[in-house]
Design a protein around this ligand. Structure first.
Ligand SMILES: [Zn+2]
Length: 427
């Protein structure tokens, strides 16, 4: 680290302020430098550009040679230089990677700490990056996260039947279409329906279709049935390596897979052997982890609108879930065999609630885990909410919209808390 001519210990040393230490800490959006002093100080700061610098002038001050070298370089400060001015004053120059907004203040003695000069270098990169991108107009194309929605059963396979004659294949398609709508209303996400009409698709075809669309995840919608009409509630399943985690999950997997054996002419036994090999692939293990994670987020939201049959995400060997590299979950929305739930499953209001709950769960997951290259993964920077901020004021400051801010941060309300960190969307 380079230094200007070192500050010599001059005769004014006895009356001069001494810099005893410099401490650096990194915070959300700014770097803080604290100069520990033996007494009060007069100081001034100013900035220079091309290259970007912050200059700190300290009146009648001295500092041990080499002290600035202790701070070291970091992502913001390229180097720090110090030198003597007007024989008694100290000048500290910060060479920066980019423009900052400096703020400084003096603190008096408190507890063990003595006089301190605090210099905060606020990161201006976040806002200027947004502006720069808009001005240049050469924004890199960011894709949507693709959600494949699979309405269970269809055509010659009606699925489970309710007492009032409701068919599983009908309610799953209705719900799939409502879910498509709520997903497509969300910026950064796009839904694709595996089947749009009442026709039969083999389980393998469903997976192939999701893959053709480069889906980032697949959700398969179903309605449960059980001989005892009192059975009720929602359950969610993710693929398991070792097969079913519970006896019910196993039975259910057999039942849902049975449709394929009956109508699909697929030899599941052979297919399973093939899949077993793939299961050793680490990427699939990663996919299962993601599936469980997505399942967990959806279940969290479903809990607000329906009783859950099983409190955790279940793991089962459904063929439809065996889509390597596409995290997949299967939602048994309710029991069609329960007269009260059958009525719910048919109701447009309830179907909308289910669709909203799933969308929220999916949005929460992808706000954290969006694949690279998607709009949801991109961010122009972080913003720490201060009291008095509103979504509108933040959106205005960063030249984006409230809708984009909410979508990027999977916010389901407009309320903000001071200290909360928001991702600033790229446009
Ligand atoms: Zn089903």
């Amino acid at each position: 680290m380079a230094t200007l001519p070192a500050a010599p210990l001059l005769t004014h040393a006895a009356t001069a302020t001494k810099v005893k230490d410099i401490r650096l800490s990194s915070h959300q959006g700014y770097l803080r430098l604290v100069f520990d002093l033996n007494k009060s100080i007069d100081h001034s700061i100013f900035t220079l550009d091309k290259p970007d610098r912050v200059v700190l002038d300290l009146k009648n001050t001295n500092m041990t040679h080499g002290m600035v070298d202790r701070v070291g370089a970091n992502s913001l400060i390229r180097r720090i230089r110090s030198g003597v001015r007007n024989s008694n004053d100290l000048r500290v120059v910060f060479d920066l990677q980019h423009e900052v907004k400096p703020r400084s203040f003096l603190l008096g003695p408190s507890g063990k700490a003595g006089y301190r000069l605090v210099l905060d270098l606020h990161n201006e990169k976040a806002s200027s990056a947004v502006v720069a991108k808009k001005q240049v107009g050469k924004k890199k194309a960011l894709r949507d996260v693709i959600i494949a929605i699979d309405a269970g059963h269809g055509g010659k396979d009606p699925g489970a039947l309710g007492k009032k004659g409701t068919k599983e294949k009908t309610v799953t398609l209705q719900m799939a279409k409502r879910l498509e709508k709520t997903i497509n209303q969300q910026k950064g996400m796009k839904a694709v329906l595996i089947r749009r009409k009442d026709y039969f698709l083999r389980l393998r075809q469903r997976i192939e279709k999701a893959r053709e669309h480069n889906a980032d995840m697949m959700i398969s919608l179903h309605a449960d049935s059980f001989p005892d009409p009192r059975a009720r509630g929602s359950s969610i399943y993710a693929l398991s390596v070792d097969g079913a985690t519970s006896e019910t999950a196993k039975l259910l997997a057999e039942k849902e897979n049975a449709a394929d054996l009956l109508f699909g002419d697929v030899n599941l036994a052979v297919e399973d052997e093939m899949i077993k090999e793939v299961l050793f692939d680490l990427s699939l293990t990663g996919t299962i982890r993601s599936s469980l994670d997505i399942g967990d987020e959806i279940l969290r939201q479903i809990k607000y609108i329906n009783r859950v049959h099983k409190k955790e995400v279940q793991q089962a060997g459904f063929a439809v879930l065996k889509a390597p590299n596409i995290p997949s979950v299967l939602l048994e929305t309710a029991f069609i065999s329960n007269p009260r739930e059958e009525k719910k499953l048919k109701s447009a209001a309830h179907q909308r609630k289910v669709a909203n709950a799933i969308s929220k769960g999916v949005a929460n997951y992808f706000a954290r885990q969006a694949p690279p290259g998607t709009w949801l993964s991109a961010s122009a920077g972080d913003y720490k909410v201060r009291s008095g901020d509103t979504l509108g004021s933040i959106a205005k400051r960063y030249r984006t919209s409230v809708e984009n801010l909410r979508a990027r941060n999977a916010m389901h309300t407009s309320s903000l808390n001071a200290g909360q960190v928001l991702k600033i969307p790229v446009s």
